[in-house]
Design a protein around this ligand. Structure first.
Ligand code: ACO
Length: 366
């Protein structure tokens, strides 16, 4: 710059400036449980994940650990004076214009702290208790609810900022280009189910992670559209739409960093899968754009489930079959003709099922 100011000096890493904390409401005020950094901030602050114009910038996003009411505080040691066309990035404007957090996140700090004293004893998560398990570090509860329930929707609005912060390429419900995923339309909200995971101890509930699942209709037709959501009209009449045959798609899945690597992701996935596997109207369970880490978790859990099916365990490679020099390959898997029946019984989507079969057979090789 003309006055000799080094622009680089005023660049701050947005991944380092932003911190996320869970704070526990106690009678004497808020107590910090854990603080961690985001993995990605590019979708909020730009590809380079840099914020211009500050020294010692701190963007502190605190969540009340039970109901996940957020509070945002921005502070810095120094802010650059506007110079020509250059001025400090307006962090607050970036966050508010992007609708990353609900309005309540920008309330006064004293309001956040005062309100926290009132919710110590009587909090229960929104929705209904779905499952419980004991982890290596405490007792856990999974709660389940429809986004048509205002309390569940409120939780989703509070935590949705975690999606761009922890899932590369992750989008909010209603943010991608699928018309049916606009959560604000009541008719669509009831197609979304949110599963939230909490650690529960004497001091109360601590939010650990969550997952959302979307319900697609499942139409059997000799000439189906390319995708189950293209071009179908809903049947008319007074049908209970939730009871129609459907395909479930897990959309978002997050375990907060301090709780990762302890088996909680696997527990949450298994309880969600088991729920839909048991549900008569669910014909198939699939996952939207899984990343590598999620693929690993899903493979382990799906293989464990498939191994519980005797007909799956009976599959093996027929090593006695000689391969012809030309012409079609013979069936190499004992029980090959039965595979599609096993898949339909398992309700696992084709690509994932056949991957699991391959992994299983490979693991049987001497
Ligand atoms: N103690 C210690 N480690 C354990 C235990 C246990 N009791 N049980 C399992 N583990 C191991 C597993 O073997 C696994 O090890 P590996 O990865 O080295 O093979 C590892 O812990 C992870 O398994 P979990 O602990 O069950 O998984 P976690 O709770 O960490 O959740 C997840 C995984 C969901 C990917 C999490 O890291 C996360 O939320 N990441 C950020 C967001 C993300 O990427 N989400 C998925 C996006 S894709 C989508 O949303 C569809």
């Amino acid at each position: 710059m003309a006055d000799g100011t080094d622009m680089e000096e005023w660049m701050v890493s947005s991944n380092e400036a932003l911190s996320i904390s869970l704070v526990a409401p106690t009678k004497s005020g808020l107590q910090n449980i854990t603080t961690f950094s985001p993995r990605f901030t590019y979708s909020i602050f730009g590809e380079d994940e840099q914020i211009f114009g500050y020294k010692g910038l701190k963007i502190s996003l605190r969540y009340r650990a039970n109901d996940m009411r957020p509070h945002l505080k921005i502070s810095s040691a120094k802010k650059i004076k506007p110079y020509g066309d250059s001025e400090a990035d307006d962090v607050l404007a970036i966050l508010t214009e992007g609708n990353y957090l609900p309005k309540i996140a920008y309330s006064r700090e004293s309001d956040f702290e005062e309100s926290s004293k009132q919710v110590v004893d009587d909090f229960t998560p929104p929705g209904e208790l779905h499952d419980t398990f004991d982890g290596p570090d405490g007792h856990y509860e999974v709660w389940k609810g429809s986004l048509a329930d205002p309390a569940v929707k409120q939780l989703n609005t509070r935590v949705q900022m975690l999606v761009p912060l922890f899932i590369e390429g992750g989008t909010y419900i209603g943010q991608n280009d699928e018309p049916e995923s606009t959560v604000d339309e009541t008719s669509d909200a009831d197609r979304w189910t949110l599963f939230s995971l909490y650690r529960k101890d004497e001091s109360g509930y601590v939010f650990v992670g969550y997952s959302t699942v979307y319900r697609f209709y499942w139409f059997q037709n000799p000439t189906p559209p390319a995708s189950p959501r293209d071009g179908w009209e809903l049947p008319e009449g007074s049908l209970d739409l939730a009871e129609l045959p459907c395909r479930k798609r897990l959309s978002q899945f997050i375990i907060l960093p301090p709780f990762q690597g302890k088996g909680h992701g696997a527990q949450l996935y298994k309880t969600i899968f088991a729920h839909y596997h048991k549900q008569p109207q669910t014909q198939e369970f699939t996952v939207e754009d899984p990343n590598e880490a999620f693929d690993d978790l899903r493979d382990i859990c799906d293989l464990e489930f498939l191994n519980s099916m005797p007909e799956f365990r009976a599959l093996k490679l027929d090593t006695s079959v000689e391969l012809p020099e030309e012409g079609p390959l013979p069936d190499l898997i004992v029980g090959q003709k039965n595979l599609e029946n096993i898949r339909q019984k398992a309700k696992i989507a084709p690509r994932q099922f056949y991957r699991a079969v391959e992994m299983y057979l490979m693991s049987q090789l001497p």
